[in-house]
Ligand binder design. Structure first.
Ligand code: PHE
Length: 334
């Protein structure tokens, strides 16, 4: 009993001291072990009671000394005895936004074909967005429904497509012109999983003597294969844009389902990715380019759409929410 209360009163100022106590009381040659040795000499009638008391003493001693140790192990590290060989905490590195990643990929692919990059203003006038591009005065795209006008002035607006930049480039330069125009565009549309009032486009333009529809097709086939994989096929469907004639919409074979059909291609095996066509001679003339001498092609695609297809993203609103958990998934896709 005296030994028990002695142990209960034990104190230690460090974990080393606690270890010394463990050796003193609990090791093979410690005080409690020697009591167990004496146990042999206890008369048989008292063996049961003494045995129980001994075991209790040993258990209590173990518990108390263990507690003393743990107490000090914690405070030892908080007093500067930190493990200096541990690797340092890594500091967070940023990553590119998925739309920038894909825009850079598009720019790189067309750079290999000799296309340079040009940019223009987001706040535009009617001429560069509509009139020079052969939009008739009553064309529905000019409607208040689609276009954001600034201060109700019908001449100043947020561009609805990057085709405005092709006008600016043609006004400044004579052919040969071979450039792409990435940028942000604006349309007065309800925001949903598939549409947004702000999105991004890349427009392309090539003007030279004897540029043909075959050149357009081959350029876009090269792009599709570089972007979505060598197996990718393209399909051109007749369409209409005021600034191109003939016009087409381009589909790519659905690379996600291998042609079998999936939710991306709505079970058809094809997904639309861009609009294109031969530049209408009226557009060339509006920009002071001789439409008898030169021909050209143009195309335009939505960067969100390409990104959604490439990375299987279900909701385009994710691009604008800047939730770090979404953005971090693209860190390796530089
Ligand atoms: N400007 C068109 C659009 O926004 C795309 C396009 C560009 C179509 C160039 C043909 C040629 O939908």
């Amino acid at each position: 009993d005296a030994l028990l209360s002695e142990i209960k009163g034990l104190k230690a100022t460090s974990s080393n001291e606690a270890e010394e106590l463990r050796i003193k009381y609990l090791s093979k040659k410690g005080m409690i072990s020697s009591l167990f040795d004496e146990f042999k000499t206890v008369p048989p009638t008292e063996k049961k009671a003494v045995g129980q008391a001994l075991n209790q003493l040993k258990n209590e001693a173990q518990q108390i000394i263990q507690q003393l140790k743990e107490q000090h192990e914690q405070s030892d590290t908080s007093h500067g005895k930190t493990d200096l060989t541990r690797p340092g905490a890594s500091f967070p590195l940023g990553g590119r936004h998925p739309l920038s990643v894909v825009k850079n990929q598009i720019v790189d692919i067309f750079a290999r074909l000799g296309f340079t990059v040009a940019e223009g203003p987001e706040i535009e006038d009617d001429w560069h967005v509509f009139s020079a591009l052969n939009f008739p005065p009553e064309h529905p795209a000019r409607d208040m429904q689609d276009t954001f006008f600034i201060h109700k002035d019908p001449d100043i607006l947020l561009r609805t497509h990057t085709s405005s930049v092709q006008v600016r480039v043609m006004e400044k330069e004579q052919p040969p012109i071979r450039a792409i125009f990435p940028g942000r565009v604006f349309r007065n549309e309800a925001i949903s999983a598939r549409a947004h009032c702000i999105f991004h486009q890349v427009e392309g333009l090539y003007i030279e003597e004897n540029v043909s529809f075959a050149d357009l097709r081959q350029t876009l086939l090269y792009f599709a294969k570089e972007m979505f994989g060598k197996e990718t096929q393209i399909r051109l469907r007749p369409s209409y844009f005021p600034f191109t004639e003939p016009s087409a919409e381009m589909d790519i074979s659905c690379t996600l389902c291998g042609g079998e059909g999936c939710t991306m291609c709505k079970y058809t095996g094809w997904v639309e990715i861009l609009g294109c066509g031969m530049v209408d001679p009226n557009v060339l003339e509006s920009c002071n380019i001789d439409s008898k001498k030169y021909t050209g092609f143009a195309f335009g695609m939505g960067i969100e759409r390409i990104t959604v297809l490439k990375y299987q993203i279900k909701d385009i609103r994710l691009f604008f929410e800047n939730d770090i958990r979404f953005l971090e998934q693209f860190k390796s896709a530089l």
